[in-house]
Design a protein around this ligand. Structure first.
Ligand code: TMP
Length: 207
């Protein structure tokens, strides 16, 4: 049986990582072979790039290219081999995050992101795209409060202001409108239990 590629997206503080971890355990309990991974990261080189991306000031286009360089390594080393072996790949973020953060948040031209996407993921029928994307949508002020409550030191993205996250949120919602067949928008303000009921329903019906 062919593998499945599922991605989790949302602004910082939307709770996506908690739901990602839950989904991985849910699918494993169902007997699927699951690769749990994340971006930026997922490989030894990708994790080093993540360290730089989250801490070093850099030019916006450098940032976008490093995101896609880490992604290329992730695809070649982890995602494509796992899918070819029939495994489920569940990734905490993928390319939609680049369109949302570098595109929406920072204002990088969509055409440049599309070029990087085509280069790294291929084009046409052979292009790698998620089968299903969960977008955890949350009011920016609530997400900021949640982040503060976690008490961790804010990274370079988390330090951005409200208007940056408003643009990221809107760019995610625009992506969901552009690709309705693979996106499922989840109200991240609902209770954790009700979100898990919904995720179970969706994953069972779609995959
Ligand atoms: P995380 O906190 O969800 O692990 O993600 C790390 C940060 O990286 C997060 O603030 C979003 C950012 N990011 C981008 O800006 N572009 C991307 O393509 C990806 C994958 C993440």
């Amino acid at each position: 049986m062919a593998g499945r590629f599922i991605t989790f997206e949302g602004i910082d503080g939307a709770g996506k990582s908690t739901h990602h971890a839950w989904m991985v355990e849910f699918l494993r309990a169902k007997g699927h072979a699951v690769v749990s991974t994340r971006e930026p990261g997922g490989t030894p080189l990708g994790e080093k790039l993540r360290g730089l991306l989250l801490s070093e000031a850099m030019d916006l286009e450098t940032e976008a290219m490093l995101m896609f360089a880490a992604r290329r390594e992730h695809i070649v080393q982890i995602i494509s081999p796992a899918l070819a072996a029939g495994k489920w790949v569940v990734s905490d973020r993928f390319t939609d995050a680049s369109f949302a953060y570098q595109g929406g948040g920072r204002g990088l031209a969509r055409s440049k992101l599309q070029q990087l996407e085509a280069w790294v993921q291929g084009t046409g029928t052979g292009a790698l795209q998620p089968d299903l994307t969960f977008l955890f949508d949350l009011d920016v002020a609530i997400a900021a409060k949640r982040l503060q409550g976690m008490g961790q030191v804010a990274d370079r993205f988390e330090q951005e202001k409200t208007d940056f996250f408003e643009r990221v949120r809107q760019a995610y919602l625009d992506r969901a409108k552009d690709f309705p067949e693979r996106f499922r928008v989840i109200d991240a303000g609902s209770s954790v239990d009700s979100i898990h009921v919904l995720l179970e329903k969706i994953i069972t019906s779609v995959c």
